[in-house]
Design a binder for this molecule. Structure first.
Ligand code: AMP
Length: 492
């Protein structure tokens, strides 16, 4: 993986307090040779903004409040300094203890973090282990009894292991809470409080969250001491490289619409989000029957099953992965070309997380949302949260005359129209279906049912980060056409 210079939220990274110095390589960050060697082997050339800002501060022992979504390189931002600090001290973890503890909301993310420690620490003698639920306790107890330098854990299983006296947290030197917003969504607050109550007072704390609503800021304040704040994208700003669009559709047509869209050759690796486990299974079955290679992952699937599906998706053997939010958390698969919000999420921040699964590591990606009439309120909440409009596209299987729906959205993006009940822009043939909230040019029609170039319009006053600000079309879009114009060409 090469340079990161043009990722979302990226501006030339600078070392805080030495702002005139541009960080263009990892060797500027005082990282040790064994770590630099591992990074070179991975093909990392340039630190991401969060890495450039966080690593020097963490090496200096500061606490950190990181506001960053996945895909920004935040794992290396904490893993590299942790590895370096642990390897600098000669002592190893005592029996039944760990020196660095990383809490992650899901099994998948925990595995990926542990995998990153393995990759970056390949030239160091730093031991590590990962523990999560859904697999037998026996082996985990055995590993922990011997002591590990770095322990990556999901909160519930960690508490279980501590209660079984497999380890104590009395020797934790560095404590990381990753993806705190998800952790709270999943109801881990009690486990987190229990765990933090067992940590020694003298420790370094790192706290990462993609969003920072009040209750999370409060938790951060109670855990961190004089933290450095590193924010690589404004709170809840949608990944700017993602090419977003929404199709209004009747619930009865959703599955057909999905199958139609998936015939597009450009949809090379597609992640489909449903609200429920049952929904994920239903969609997956329908796609399989329609001849697509699809798999579903959700909380009711065994760990083995989830890992197999994910491995198949990563390897390109499975083209469509249907997932619920929880199972998809932390999925780090390069090259996800499309994210489809088959059901809109109830929590608007989940939309940000979901679409962040594409356009990772500097690549481009597209996110298409399906919006049924009863979900229009959810779409409005999402647009408020991301502070931009999701461009509407029409499809033969979708709802027509979207402009008549506009008043129900009811927020006033640029203060110049689009009020609830205000008259939508007049529909021109081909272009009139676009919901413009009265503040944009009518979308161009390409005659294929896909209208205009999706371009999220930032709400006036919205922080836009330092990205390029203009979502692009899918790289493989057919000239003058769309991802819908290849319909019929492909069945996986
Ligand atoms: P994360 O946000 O930690 O989940 O990282 C997203 C992806 O970016 C992962 O696949 C990392 O391997 C990759 N990555 C992290 N840092 C860099 C870097 N400096 N250069 C290139 N790729 C990176």
């Amino acid at each position: 993986m090469a340079g990161y210079s043009d990722m979302a939220g990226a501006c030339p990274p600078t070392v805080p307090n030495r702002k005139s110095i541009i960080v263009t390589s990892f060797s500027d960050l005082n990282l040790s040779q064994p770590i630099l060697k591992a990074l070179a082997a991975e093909g990392y050339e340039t630190p991401t903004p969060i890495q450039a800002q966080a690593i020097p501060q963490l090496l200096a022992g500061k606490d950190l409040l990181g506001i960053a979504q996945t895909g920004t390189g935040k794992t290396a931002a904490f893993a590299l300094p942790i590895l370096q600090k642990l390897s600098e001290k000669p002592e190893r973890a005592a029996k039944g203890t760990c020196r660095a503890l990383i809490l992650s909301p899901t099994r998948e993310l925990a595995s990926q973090i542990a995998e990153s420690f393995k990759t970056y620490g390949r030239n160091l003698k730093v031991s590590r282990a990962v523990v999560f639920g859904g697999v037998s306790l026996g082996k985990q107890i055995e590993i922990l009894r011997g002591g590990v330098d770095v322990l990556v854990a999901t909160p519930g299983r960690l508490v279980d292991l501590i209660e079984r006296r497999a380890l104590t947290l009395s020797k934790v030197e560095i404590f990381v809470l990753d993806e705190v917003d998800q952790m709270l969504d999943l109801g881990f607050i009690h486990a987190i409080r229990k765990i933090t109550g067992m940590l020694p007072t003298q420790r370094q704390n790192l706290f990462f969250s993609a969003t920072m609503p009040k209750e999370i800021a409060g938790l951060a304040a109670s855990l961190l001491t004089d933290p450095v704040r590193v924010e690589v994208a404004p709170v809840a700003t949608t990944a700017e490289r993602v090419n977003q669009s929404v199709i209004h559709v009747d619930p009865a047509n959703k599955v057909k619409l999905l199958a139609e869209l998936l015939k597009d050759n450009n949809m090379t690796r597609t992640l489909v989000f449903t609200r429920t486990k049952h929904g994920a299974d239903k969609v997956m079955k329908h796609l399989s029957n329609a001849g697509f290679t699809a798999a579903a992952i959700h909380g009711n699937k065994s760990q083995n099953n989830r890992e197999r599906a994910l491995a198949g998706f990563k390897a390109g053997k499975i083209l469509v992965l249907v997932a619920t939010d929880i199972a998809a958390r932390g999925i780090d698969v390069d090259g996800v070309s499309h994210v489809i919000n088959y059901d809109l999420p109830h929590v608007p921040e989940s939309y940000v997380h979901r679409i962040g699964r594409t356009a990772r590591a500097g690549a481009e990606g597209s996110a298409i949302a399906f919006c049924t009439p009863e979900d229009r309120g959810l779409l409005r909440d999402i647009e408020k949260t991301i502070r931009s409009q999701v461009p509407v596209v029409e499809h033969a299987l979708g709802l027509k005359n979207i402009q008549t729906l506009a008043p129900t959205f009811g927020w006033n993006p640029a203060g110049n129209g689009g009020k609830p009940g205000s008259k939508p822009r007049s529909g021109k043939p081909g272009g009139g279906g676009n919901r413009n909230h009265g503040n944009g040019a009518p979308a161009k029609s390409n005659g294929s049912g896909f209208q205009g170039k999706p371009k999220a319009k930032p709400h006036r006053g919205a922080a836009t980060g330092a990205g390029n600000g203009s979502p692009k079309r899918s790289t493989g879009a057919t000239p003058g056409g769309s991802w819908m114009s290849d319909i019929g060409k492909r069945q996986a």
